[in-house]
Design a protein around this ligand. Structure first.
Ligand code: PMP
Ligand code: GLN
Length: 398
């Protein structure tokens, strides 16, 4: 059949064939849906999590420097050595564990690719993967694509603590992986050292791999400490730890992250990584390596975002929203029952269209679409943006 004929069929709108859906129950990610709606409506976008302020010029200058110096071809498959070395130095300094630069650190196209690659590398048909709901929306489709079965544990509102007895009961011979995320998106909770101790005890003497999504590792409030699986020797031995430069350096659009894991796990991870991205763009990696040289740039992040959290919360103090605790990340959950009886997706759509502020309905993070009347705001914004949004939100009453 000629290519022109195929083109004609497609262009005439006739169906060429109906593909068998692999992700039959998956729609478009809520972050795309809400950001698109915010843009259409000219609303202030507190939905998708990204800063509305820029990174420092010096970072851009370093990218340009490396581009001009000719570093524009493929980086090594695992990532540029100076960046892997900078990651190794940071992880050792903060968490006390030495990851081998050659074999135990890989630079990825953001945390999303890292998570996906980790799932594909280790999960097969018949394997079970435990996740905690509300769950970040990229996890379950990856598990389904790998042929695995998602086993959902519940983090119950309003404090969203894990129920370790339930996790113990869910673990069985088919459990292949547990995916965790602290600080947690969307609930803004932070796991304690005791949580990691429980996880270590439950996975002891099993073959379970822990995938620890730590993209908000540098955003923990009120003097709390991030508990990294990398800092827990027993868990580190079975963990793939994922982070993202997007969150840390206000460059979510650059899509660069990294993974640290013991050599045995990393060699399997790289078997997939080499064929799903091979590597990540070179000048950005080299610039990030330079930029990481100043630890203050990530060490001050908790205070930086705590100020924003406090500003946002105090601006909303007189509103009808009930604000839940925010212990980390750059998200704030709010109940809106005193304003509206709408389901959360309808409320967010109304809020975007009629009030001019976009937020994320938390039901999007539940497989069954459970609606607890809670929405998520992102406060990674300039104060003028937050003030303008709060002014609109303060007008709402039932
Ligand atoms: N995990 C969580 C919990 C996130 O919030 C995000 C998004 N920001 C990611 C993973 C994806 O990170 P990246 O943009 O680096 O792919
Ligand atoms: N992680 C971001 C959030 O939670 C969104 C990232 C994305 O759009 N994929 O808002």
């Amino acid at each position: 059949m000629s290519r022109n004929f195929r083109k004609a069929v497609v262009m005439s709108g006739k169906q060429w064939f109906t593909p068998k859906p692999v992700l039959a129950n998956t729609g478009t990610t809520i972050f795309t849906v809400m950001s698109r709606l915010a843009q259409e409506c000219g609303a202030i976008n507190l939905s998708q999590g990204f800063p509305d302020f820029n990174a420092e010029d010096v970072l851009f200058e370093r990218v340009l420097h490396w581009m001009r110096a000719g570093f524009n071809q493929y980086a090594p498959m695992a990532g540029c050595l100076p960046l892997r070395a900078a990651v190794a130095g940071k992880v050792e300094a903060l968490y006390g564990t030495i990851y081998d630069v050659e074999h135990e650190i890989t630079i990825t196209a953001g945390a999303t690719q890292a998570l996906f690659t980790a799932v594909i590398a280790f999960v097969g048909a018949g394997d079970e993967v435990i996740v905690f709901e509300p769950v970040y929306d990229a996890y379950c489709p990856a598990i389904e694509l790998a042929g695995g079965t998602v086993v959902r544990m519940q983090l119950a509102a309003p404090d969203y603590r894990p129920d370790w007895a339930a996790v113990a009961a869910a673990i069985g011979p088919r459990t292949r992986m547990i995916m965790i995320n602290s600080p947690h998106n969307p609930t803004a909770t932070v796991w304690s050292a005791d949580d990691l101790a429980q996880l270590a005890a439950l996975t002891r003497d099993t073959g379970i791999i822990v995938v620890s999504d730590e993209v908000y590792e540098h955003i923990v409030f009120d003097g709390g400490a991030h508990q990294s699986c990398a800092a827990h020797p027993e868990l580190a031995a079975r963990s793939v730890v994922v982070s993202s430069f997007g969150k840390t350096y206000h460059i979510t659009g650059w899509k660069v992250g990294y993974v640290v894991a013991p050599r045995e796990l990393m060699s399997e991870f790289r078997k997939v990584h080499q064929f799903n991205v091979f590597t990540v763009n070179t000048p950005v990696q080299l610039a990030l390596a330079d930029y990481m040289g100043d630890a203050g740039r990530y060490l001050h992040l908790s205070a930086f975002y705590q100020d924003k959290r406090d500003h946002f919360r105090s601006a909303l103090a007189g509103s009808r929203f009930e604000l839940l605790s925010s212990h980390g990340t750059y998200f704030q959950l709010a109940r809106y029952g005193a304003i509206s009886a709408r389901p959360d997706t309808a409320f967010c759509e109304w809020l975007t269209r009629e009030v001019g502020v976009a937020a994320i309905p938390v039901s999007a993070f539940f497989a069954d679409g459970r609606d607890e009347g809670v929405i998520r705001f992102c406060f990674a914004k300039n104060e003028v943006t937050l003030d303008a949004a709060c002014e609109r939100l303060l007008r709402l009453h039932r």
